[in-house]
Design a protein around this ligand. Structure first.
Ligand code: ATP
Length: 348
């Protein structure tokens, strides 16, 4: 078992900076998701940890070892990538057995570990087939089983579930989580899907433009985003942002008065499920434009002043487009953001 230390790792491709100096640690047995939009540097960072890409500066430690200049095979890790490479000339069994055979495991051990990994990934019935006779999703499960079969101390995954259909993805997500937790595998998982990161990770590192903008537990990142970008990227619907101007330590939105950390222009951030609906006079005026029945809730999209906001109402609420309601907000559940820097005011 091993933790991971990323120490001031930076990467340039020619003149283009893919990673600014990045530092963070992953505890032994922890599951950290690297989450961010396309091009933010997630894959580059993962490939540097794997040894498939060389950092321009900085170092990578796995356990007590500085692996910065070691080849991938010497780093003691397993990888699963989106374009899962399974060997077409080998059966599923031999694909899953590959890493074990490389390590010189005896046949009994190979059999036992392959069966265990195959069971976990629900591919027991395909063990004698060749990959050409599998669907994309099944091949992806073979790739995951192959990585898990060697019981690696560190597992690196890059969008490993992206080729699966929605239901299988959900099922695999839950299984991966329990399997890796049980095995105590230290995992770094790249995804641009925030629900996947929220569901799987002990901590999420949100990346933007080659930086980690925030790293924390899913609930922390969700309810206390460090920046406007994080609040907008994590959560569906995204966090709502309302521009206002505070004076004498207070921001007023219609009938709603909130204590603001500073005076002047400021952005109020809140989650759609944290707003309580009241009558128009008793809260921030919210004019409903669209009411969408989502089954579990009614999703209201409307305006607060010039800003668009999404608010979650009970499924049977009788609310129609065109109505103006009031929104009440719990001061403990809101964030205040500096409109210039996009950063959240600390502790506010
Ligand atoms: P995606 O989700 O689309 O895979 P990502 O967050 O994983 O995106 P990276 O693939 O790490 O992003 O790319 C980060 C930046 O580095 C991008 O601007 C990309 O164009 C650039 N980049 C990546 N690999 C190379 C390369 N081999 N040569 C030049 N530029 C590269």
């Amino acid at each position: 078992m091993a933790g991971i230390l990323i120490d001031k790792v930076a990467k340039q491709f020619g003149n283009a900076v893919a990673l600014q100096e990045i530092s963070f640690t992953v505890e032994d047995g922890e599951f950290v998701a690297l989450l961010g939009p396309s091009g933010c540097g997630k894959t580059t960072l993962l490939r540097i940890i794997a040894g498939l890409e060389v950092q321009s500066s900085g170092k990578v430690m796995i356990g007590e070892r500085d692996v910065s200049s070691l080849k991938p095979a010497q780093r003691g890790l397993a990888m699963v990538f989106q374009n899962y490479a399974v060997f077409p000339h080998m059966t599923v069994f031999e694909n899953v057995a590959f890493g074990l055979r490389m390590k010189g495991a005896d046949q009994a051990r190979v059999e036992a570990k392959v069966r265990k990994a195959a069971e976990l990934l629900h591919i027991e019935q395909y063990l004698e087939r060749f990959p050409a006779k599998l669907s994309g999703g099944q091949r992806q499960r073979v790739a995951v089983a192959r990585a898990l079969a060697v019981e690696p101390a560190v597992l690196l995954m890059d969008e490993p579930l992206s080729n699966l259909d929605a239901l299988l993805r959900l099922e695999m997500r839950a299984e991966l989580r329990s399997v890796l937790r049980e095995a105590g595998t230290t995992t770094i998982y790249v995804t641009h899907d925030q629900t996947e990161a929220m569901g799987l990770a002990d901590r999420i590192a949100v990346m933007q433009g080659g930086h980690i903008v925030q790293i924390g537990a899913p609930t922390e990142v969700y309810s206390r985003p460090a920046t406007r970008f994080v609040g907008g990227f994590v959560g569906s619907p995204p966090m709502n942002f309302v521009n206002t101007v505070a004076a004498s330590g207070q921001a007023r939105l219609g009938g709603l008065t909130l204590a603001s950390p500073v005076d002047g222009p400021i952005v109020l951030g809140f989650r759609g499920e944290d707003a309580k609906l009241t009558d128009a006079a008793g809260g921030a005026p919210f004019t409903v434009r669209v009411a969408e029945p989502m089954g579990s809730h009614l999703l209201l999209t409307g305006r607060i002043g010039d800003d668009l906001a999404r608010v979650v109402a009970p499924p049977a609420a009788q609310i129609a487009a065109g109505e103006t309601l009031g929104l009440a907000l719990d001061p403990a559940r809101i964030v205040w953001i500096d409109p210039e820097t996009g950063r959240t005011h600390p502790g506010a």
